[in-house]
Design a protein around this ligand. Structure first.
Ligand code: F6R
Length: 612
């Protein structure tokens, strides 16, 4: 979703800003723009990609050492040149970039219209920059205070950066509900939606808190105050992000790179947490909450999309191994249905980005009702991580491909560790099964490596089915969420309609869809409901459906029934999702590629969904 970059310093701003926008392209967007201060305010913006913006500014004077830039993911108003950011005040002296939604923009717009202002765009953002000009002219106060006064009239979510022609040595930024990070260099400052555009210049960063305003000035340095006007001491952190993690590393796409990273990322999720010598799982971040977890009335897992699917896998794991009741909720539904929450409930929020607006709002609501919140996030320092009482980072490294791959397997790894830790403390598992599972989990990275070897065979299957318009994914038990995840991966990057179903539900409706044109992907590994899956395969075959089966290695039985099969290594039933997901990710990748889709930036999608 919208990407923000800003620079204040002594260097030429435009290359830093354009490079920064490219680093944020993964977030998803439909237009791009830049504003530079060079005597006057120079604003260039266009519908389309950052490359289109580069084309637009090719022959322009881009000198200037202060500027802001933006990639917009449309909410209010269609993606076009006018609605693109930056938005500029009527007198042309103030420009603003914004990520989020100004919820009361219609009222503010009406008031400003009555005072004679004429708007040019359909956006909520333009209203804010007009309001800032109005206050600046009437209140005659300093610029940072003006922005504060304007924001105190705003409801909604925002990360903004404001550039003022009359205050060329400063930038004013603020955030509420949307992410923002400030980088501190030698006599220069950077601002961005995440650390990706900043890391190549400086590792010293400040993450402003909720409802905080940051003023960076070449004269006075960095200052933070709240919208309520309390001064804050900036907390400077050192980024651990590695620049090579933001590059494709020889792979044609980030998604493929991230699929192939999984042996390492799953290992990284377990590092220091799975102690094979002592036969223990230690999740340091949530250790203090172990008692609470063991005594919890229930665990409620909230998330969206792929993270919600990981939550469903977590439900099977925690209930089966630790025998604690688990409910899994779409964050967007949970937050609005006035759920019954008890003080002895534990809410686990799962989020790769740690910024998903619905998930954040869901945990804020549960926290207000007295629940304990644990976060499973990938992005360190993200809003959900900070809003949680405690949590475990997945340590999968930056995920740039919009379709989530390595984040999912890392989330499932953490949930597996959590289930095992609770099982051991509770004594709910026979010791032999517990130790077998620890050993199996420890060997999963090598098994993922093996599963990746099927890539060339999967590519051939993708070539056969690339023209299909529909696909059905079936799984049972813990592999049902894997079917959902496989279907989501296919639809989001190849635009093929795909549905995931619990295999037994097929006969309650979807079976009507089956014919010789319909590929049916089944997860039919030896462990877990094997005979039942075999029956489901027979039902599909009896209706001339085409079966692509994910099978345990050497399973000639299912292989002889299926039209196509993809082998994965044998493992415990509870760990199959960590392996069965791999070929489904690769299949989606190849299908999308053959169909000419933009694998890393699928249409309409945003990586970090910071509006509800
Ligand atoms: C799918 C995908 C999305 C995200 C969802 C939640 O591939 O990426 O469905 O899983 O938007 O995002 P996070 O995990 O950042 O909260």
């Amino acid at each position: 979703m919208c990407g923000i970059v800003a620079y204040l310093g002594a260097k030429e701003a435009s290359p830093i800003l354009i490079n920064g926008l490219k680093r944020l392209e993964y977030r998803g967007y439909d237009s791009a723009g830049i504003a530079l201060l060079n005597g006057g305010m120079h604003v260039y913006k266009t519908r389309g990609k950052v490359s289109d913006l580069e084309g637009l500014i090719e022959d322009k004077d881009l000198s200037g050492t202060t500027g802001i830039a933006h990639t917009r993911w449309a909410t209010h108003g269609e993606p076009n040149d006018i609605n693109a950011h930056p938005h500029t005040s009527p007198n042309g002296k103030i420009s603003l970039i914004h990520n989020g939604i100004i919820e009361n923009y219609a009222i503010l717009k009406e008031e400003l219209k009555q005072r004679g202002y004429v708007f040019t765009s359909d956006t909520d953002t333009e209203v804010l920059v007009y309001l800032i000009q109005d206050i600046y002219e009437h209140e005659k106060t300093d610029f940072a205070e003006t922005v504060r006064l304007a924001l105190s009239q705003v409801t909604g979510a925002y990360a903004i950066v404001v550039l003022s022609q009359e205050n060329p040595d400063m930038l004013v930024a603020a955030r509420k509900g949307s992410p923002l990070v400030v980088g501190i260099g030698e006599g220069e400052y950077f601002m961005a939606s995440d650390a990706a555009p900043i890391v190549e210049y400086t590792r010293q960063v400040v993450y402003p808190g909720e409802e905080e305003i940051v003023v960076v000035s070449l004269k006075d340095g960095l200052k933070i105050m709240t919208i309520a006007k309390t001064e804050k001491t900036p907390y400077i952190q050192t980024l651990e992000l590695n620049l090579t993690a933001l590059e494709k590393g020889g792979f044609p796409h980030f998604m493929l790179k991230e699929i192939y990273e999984q042996p390492r990322t799953v290992r990284d999720s377990m590092r220091g947490r799975l102690n094979m010598e002592q036969g223990l799982v230690v999740l340091g971040g949530i250790q203090d909450y172990t008692r609470k977890l063991l005594n919890a009335r229930r665990i409620i897992i909230v998330g969206c999309g792929t993270s919600w699917h990981a939550g469903l896998v977590g439900e099977y794991l925690i209930e089966e191994l630790a025998r604690i009741p688990v409910e899994v909720e779409y964050a967007s539904e949970f937050r609005y249905r006035n759920p019954i929450i008890f003080e002895d409930d534990i809410v686990i929020a799962i989020s790769q980005s740690g910024e998903t607006a619905d998930t954040l709002a869901a945990i804020e609501m549960a926290k207000a009702k007295g629940a304990t919140i644990l976060g499973i996030c990938n992005v360190v320092g993200s809003s959900i991580a900070r809003a949680s009482h405690a949590g475990s980072y997945t340590h999968a490294g930056p995920e740039i491909g919009v379709a989530s791959t390595k984040a999912f397997t890392s989330q499932v790894t953490i949930l597996t560790l959590l289930a095992l830790m609770l099982a051991e403390k509770k004594g709910s598992l026979a010791a032999s099964r517990y130790y077998r599972l620890l050993h199996e989990l420890n060997s999963i990275p090598e098994k993922i490596e093996k599963a990746l070897k099927a890539n060339e065979d999967i590519k051939k299957i993708a070539e056969i089915f690339s023209k299909t318009s529909n696909a059905l994914y079936l799984g049972r038990g813990i592999n049902f969420p894997v079917a959902l995840e496989g279907a989501l991966k296919l639809k989001e990057i190849s635009y093929i309609h795909a549905e995931g179903y619990p295999a037994a539900e097929m006969k309650h409706g979807p079976i009507a869809l089956i014919d010789a044109e319909m590929p049916v992907l089944v997860i039919a590994t030896r462990k877990g409901h094997y005979d039942k899956m075999v029956s489901n395969i027979q039902e599909v075959k009896a209706r001339k459906g085409v079966i692509i089966a994910i099978v345990s290695e050497g399973d000639d039985n299912v292989e002889s029934m299926a039209d196509y099969s993809i082998e994965i290594p044998e493992t415990d039933e509870m760990l199959v999702p960590l392996l069965a997901t791999i070929p489904l990710q690769l299949l989606s990748y190849h299908m999308a590629l053959i169909r000419g889709c933009n694998v890393d930036q699928p249409r309409n999608l945003a990586k970090s969904v910071t509006v509800e």
